[in-house]
Structures are given as C-alpha cells and as structure tokens.
Ligand binder design. Structure first.
Ligand SMILES: [Zn+2]
Ligand SMILES: [Zn+2]
Length: 272
C-alpha cells in the first residue's frame, strides 16, 4: 500500500466537499441529491484515511470493508479512543521571562466520530432515494428545505474536520486481550476504557464475552457459555455451548458418550 494513501484520501474528501458546497449553492433543488452523494463520499474518504493508520492491525478482509460504520467499529476494537479528537500542546520553560513554564497549543484535530457517522451517513443515503409512498402521501413532494438544511449542517461539520491543522493523530489505549477461546484468533472487541465491565463479541467468530479490567494488563474474561448436561440420565457428560449456539437446530455430540443432541422447541406444563 502506498505510504501517502491516507493523504490522497484526505484530498479526495476535500474535492467531494468542494463539489457538495457548489451544488448546495445552486437554487436547483435536484442538485441537493448530488451534494448528498458527495458528502457521503467525503465521509467514506475521511474514515478510510484514518483506517490507513490501523492497516497493520486490520486484516485484508477488514480493509475490504466499505461501510464507514463497520470500519470505525474495527478501529475501535483495536484502539477504543481511535476516533477521539486530539489537541497537542508543548510545555515551554521560559524561566528568563516572567511567564515561566507555560503550555503552548500546537494544534488540534476535529475528528469525525462514530456518533457523527451514525447520525449523518444513513441520513444522506436516504436523500438518494425516491420518497416512499407514505412520505409522498404526507407531504406531496420531497422536503427539499429540510434536505438542504441537513446537507449544509453536514457540510459544515466535514469542513471543520478537513480544516483541522492536525489530522489522523493516533494515541493508543492499550487493550490487552488474549486469543478467542472459540476461533483462536487474537480477540478484538471494542472496550470502553471508562467502563470497568464491557460486553462484546469476537469480531472474527461472534463469540460473546464479558470483560473486566481490559486496560490494566490483566483482563478477566467470562465467555458467554452454558453447560448443557447429556440427556442420558446415566451419563454425566456435559457439553459447553456458546450463547449464540443455543438456537433451534444446533447439533452437538455429548463429549462423554457421543450421544447426538439437537436444540429443539419443547412445550411443557407451566410449573405452579
Ligand atoms: Zn473468535
Ligand atoms: Zn452423554
């Protein structure tokens, strides 16, 4: 992958924003859709540009992901503060003057957060479709005034992101997780460092876990599993099933006697 790919993506985002602003400046309401499309492209370019900083931790499959929200989730699983805005300051020791030690701000990054993407990306997508029958029966025509206002707000947000004098700054919160008990791949789960207890699923196989103290070097993992005793009363075998395996039709063999089992519906008399 080219070293300057993140920069190129940033340039693409700027080009999309310029086109979006041009369309929004026109009075023709039908150009709002073109603006919405360009704003979506800008969001994608910004997200991919940041993902480039995580290219060593993301798999080839991850890098094929095109939905910005999914890409963000993948990055957050690597680094829970992947989308935090950053401000950098330097402490200057100017003892010769009266001011002495002081902090000097070098720059700040406005970043596009997961909340921003969730809030705006799909909304822009909805502008690219013909209004539904229900919407048309209610309003008679697309609500161009609302669409234009929303696009202008999003355009302002993207502009503030792209005008940051620092960008794609990466500060890590170390998350120390072992390999997944089910797929043996390094466990990647988004953990919020502010929370003592997190719940999530392995990105690779979907196995569920409750994780305590994920960022202090000795995380405690509780896999979401249940022990299912063998249906043969004479056998003391127990199978361990993950919560997501307990669905109708799932099959397994007792680890002790080999008896085949299957999850199925069963109605029984209500206990009093
Ligand atoms: Zn797994
Ligand atoms: Zn058994």
């Amino acid at each position: 992958m080219n070293e300057s790919l993140d920069f190129k993506l940033r340039c693409l985002a700027k080009e999309s924003l310029t086109r979006a602003k041009k369309y929004l400046a026109e009075t023709d309401n039908y150009l709002i859709r073109s603006a919405a499309l360009e704003l979506r492209l800008a969001i994608e370019s910004i997200v991919y540009s940041r993902a480039y900083k995580y290219r060593d931790e993301l798999s080839c499959n991850d890098l094929e992901t095109w939905q910005p929200r999914k890409v963000l989730d993948l990055m957050l699983a690597v680094n829970p503060i992947a989308w935090k805005g950053t401000e950098l300051s330097l402490e200057v020791d100017d003892t010769a003057s009266k001011t002495g030690k002081r902090w000097v701000k070098i720059g700040a990054e406005v970043s596009l957060t997961l909340q921003d993407v969730k809030k705006h990306y799909d909304a822009l997508g909805s502008f690219l479709h013909t209004p539904t029958l229900a919407q048309l029966s209610k309003s008679g025509s697309p609500d161009f005034l609302r669409m234009r206002k929303r696009c202008i707000d999003i355009s302002d947000l993207i502009e503030s992101v792209l005008n940051s004098n620092m960008w794609n700054i990466r500060i890590n919160v170390e998350v120390c997780l072992p390999e997944c008990l089910r797929c043996d791949q390094p466990l990647r789960i988004f953990v919020d460092p502010k929370k003592e207890v997190n719940r999530g699923k392995c990105f690779n196989c979907g196995a569920g876990y409750t994780i305590k103290d994920a960022t202090d070097g000795s995380p405690k993992l509780k896999p979401h599993q249940s022990k299912i005793p063998c249906v043969d009363d004479q056998c003391h075998g127990e199978a361990i099933l993950w919560t997501d395996q307990i669905v109708v039709g799932y099959e397994w063999a007792c680890p002790l006697c080999g008896l085949e089992h299957q999850i199925s519906f069963c109605a029984s008399e209500k206990a009093n």
